[in-house]
Each structure stands twice: as C-alpha cells, then as structure tokens.
Design a protein around this ligand. Structure first.
Ligand SMILES: Nc1ncnc2c1ncn2[C@@H]1O[C@H](COP(=O)(O)OP(=O)(O)OP(=O)(O)O)[C@@H](O)[C@H]1O
Ligand SMILES: [Mg+2]
Length: 323
C-alpha cells in the first residue's frame, strides 16, 4: 500500500539538510556554524552557503497548515508562461516546509510528471483513467522520489483524447471535483492542478474542482494577451458550475531584471490585478529550466540558486497571505 503523507514518515528534509554539510560546520547545539557571508568570497561558496541556509530554514517546517485543504488550479491558456514550473516548484517548496502536497497533472504533455520524476509512460494509472471514471484518484497517486510529502497524479498521452471523450459523458465538467472529493483517506494540505494551455474541458474540470485560481504571467511581450478571455471563462464557471471559484493569486515569472520591458510588464500586471500579485517575482534562470531534465524541481536540483529561493519565498507568501 502506498504510504500516506503526514504518517510516521522520517523527516527526510531535515536529514538531507544535515547531510549536505560537513560535520565540522555544525555546532554542538545542532545549529550550523557557517561563516558570515562576508567571509565567503567565491560565487560557488556563496551559493553553497545559501543552499545550506535554505534547506535548514525549510526543514524547520515553520509554515502554518491551512485550516482546510486548499486546492489551486494553475491556468493560463497562453503556452509556456510557467504554469508547470510554478506548480511543481511551489508544491515542492511547501512539501519541503512540512506540508502534504499533491500535484495533479492535467496536461497530456505530462510535463509536471516529468519534472517531479514520476512514471508516466502509456499504461500508467493517470488522470485520464480518473477523469473517465475507470479508477478512483487514490489508485493513480504516486509519491515523489524526492519527498515523503509530495505526491503526483501523473498525466499520460492518453489524456490527449479526453477532451473529446468527455464531451458525451454525464457531468462532464465535474468529474475531477468528484474524484478529489472521494479522496478522503489522504490528508493533503495543498493540491495544485496543472492545466494545459487551453480553455477546454480539462481546464474547466480543474476550475470546477478548485476554489482558487493561480495565474502565472510571463514578464514578456503580450503578457496580458488572452487574460480577458481567461477571466471571462472563470466568471462563466463561477456563475454556472462553481460559485466559490476565485482568482486569488497571480505570479510573475521569467523576470529579467536587465530589461525595461520586464519592469513595465510587472507594473502593468500589478495595476491590473492589484494585491493578488505576489510580491515575489520569479527570475529567468537557466537552472530553473534545466531541473526538469533531471526529473527534479529547482529545490532539489540547485537549492542555493535564485530560482529556488524565489519559489520558496512564493510558497511562503501563498501559505501566509490567506488561510
Ligand atoms: N524562471 C524560469 N527561468 C527560465 N526558464 C523557465 C522559467 N520558468 C519556466 N521556464 C522554462 O520555460 C518553458 C515553459 O515553462 P513551463 O513549461 O512551466 O510553462 P507552461 O505554461 O506550463 O507551458 P505549457 O503551456 O506548454 O504547459 C520551459 O522550458 C521551462 O523550463
Ligand atoms: Mg505546462
């Protein structure tokens, strides 16, 4: 049987943090005795020091548990804006800080499954079988190889046919919601649903299943293009299928501080969405884009990097700004 999150699992994150530094760097009190930043004069040294700090701080698990489970749909029909990267890295950051977290991959591309190192070859029990009602959601759960508290329902290529198959099905828009509601024996604090770049039935199922929408916006030309259509779809779902639906969070991704454009986009998005926009901005970083190639999140691949720091900060903001 698959072990449940929140069970008597070992606190691997804490052990990992300790394993990453040599014994001499830990004082008797069990606290790391790293040198002051001024004493670290190489970029690699500074990055290693940040990694130790990050893992140590995260392993303390200081984040508050939400009063009840929070379910987020991560959506933007614009392709390549950072939906999947945000889903897996925010989820991994929350798991690292002690919260039980589930990512549901609802994109036939299966990018979230890849990034979490989760098996998703054709034939693997996946979100497709869950949506068409062949299996309960618990039968498609896989635990991340990198964290005891991070789970994933993978997507296989079979999901590509689901948009069409769902059309003729009963309660076609509410199938993910029902599947999630029947997952009573697991204790997930956060659920993130990673959507494909479209506003078809897969994304509608995600909107019906989640009270909260998180919209990633890339700091590039045409950043707000299509946002009007996205908001109209959300309003339509809210009016007819899920009155609780609300855009609670907007995150700016792939920010390049060297360009004026990025600042312009960021201020346009803040003017449009107000305080829904996280203060934390995710920088453009090669390491963030490399991590999925190793089946890892940025927090596992390079915990000292700016990308890891920013996703950790974003996860804290999400956890602290609304319960
Ligand atoms: N902060 C970042 N810095 C650099 N590259 C990034 C960053 N975030 C995402 N990327 C890269 O940009 C590409 C698109 O990101 P991602 O797959 O997360 O977007 P998406 O919105 O999920 O795309 P799709 O619409 O295809 O599902 C990927 O190659 C990803 O690795
Ligand atoms: Mg994606």
């Amino acid at each position: 049987m698959t072990p449940q999150p929140g069970g008597p699992a070992r606190d691997v994150s804490r052990e990992t943090a300790r394993d990453d530094v040599s014994r001499e760097t830990w004082s008797e009190a069990g606290e790391p005795a790293w040198p002051e930043p001024a004493a670290i004069d190489t970029p690699i040294g500074a990055e290693a020091e940040r990694a130790v700090r990050l893992l140590h701080a995260a392993a303390k698990g200081t984040l508050p548990r939400p009063e009840r489970q929070r379910v987020f749909t991560i959506a933007n029909q614009k392709g390549g804006v950072g939906k999947t990267t945000t889903a897996v890295n925010v989820a991994a950051a929350l798991a690292l800080q002690g919260l039980n977290t589930l990512v549901i991959d609802l994109d036939p591309q299966g990018n979230a499954s890849t990034a979490l190192g989760i098996e998703h070859r054709p034939g693997t029990p996946s979100s497709y079988e869950v949506l068409i009602g062949e299996i309960p959601l618990r039968d498609a759960l896989q635990r991340s190889p990198h964290s005891d508290r991070l789970y994933c329902v993978p997507a296989t290529i079979d999901l590509a046919g689901a948009e069409i198959e769902l059309v003729s099905m009963v309660a076609r828009e509410g199938r993910l919601r029902s599947a999630l509601a029947s997952l009573t024996d697991y204790n997930f604090d956060y659920v993130f649903i990673d959507c494909p770049p479209s506003l078809g039935l897969l994304t509608i199922n995600a909107f019906v299943a989640a009270p909260e929408v998180l919209i990633p916006i890339q700091c590039e030309y045409y950043a707000l293009e299509g946002v009007g259509q996205l908001m109209r779809t959300i309003e339509m779902v809210k009016a007819h299928l899920n009155p609780q639906l609300d855009v609670t969070t907007v995150i700016l991704t792939m920010y390049d501080g060297r360009t004026k454009l990025a600042d312009q986009v960021a201020s346009d998005v803040r003017a449009h969405f107000g305080d829904k926009v996280l203060r934390t901005v995710i920088p453009r970083s090669v390491k963030v884009s490399e991590a999925p190639g190793y089946g890892m999140t940025i927090l596992g691949y390079d915990p000292g990097s700016r990308g890891a720091m920013s996703y950790l900060d974003a996860s804290r903001e999400i956890a602290e700004r609304r319960q």
